[in-house]
Write a new protein. Sequence first.
Length: 81
Amino acid sequence: MPLYAQVHRGDLVLHLSEHHGDGTPGSAVFVRMQGVDEFHAEVSAKRYGYMRPCVEDMPWGRVMAVIDPFGNRLSFCEDKD
């Protein structure tokens, strides 16, 4: 059977599915949040050897993007205002 799971952090819940038609490798998820710099520090402290994301200033806010093992991009954005 295809795998289905959900992960959460605070009020954010992500539903993850291998079911046909639910998504494709290379999909993008955009998450608006507050505290992107603190989240970046927490992720960086884990010293994961395969990805070291950074925080970038974009016209719409500060963004930290990560790519999962299936090529999906998850962008965590804190609005400028």
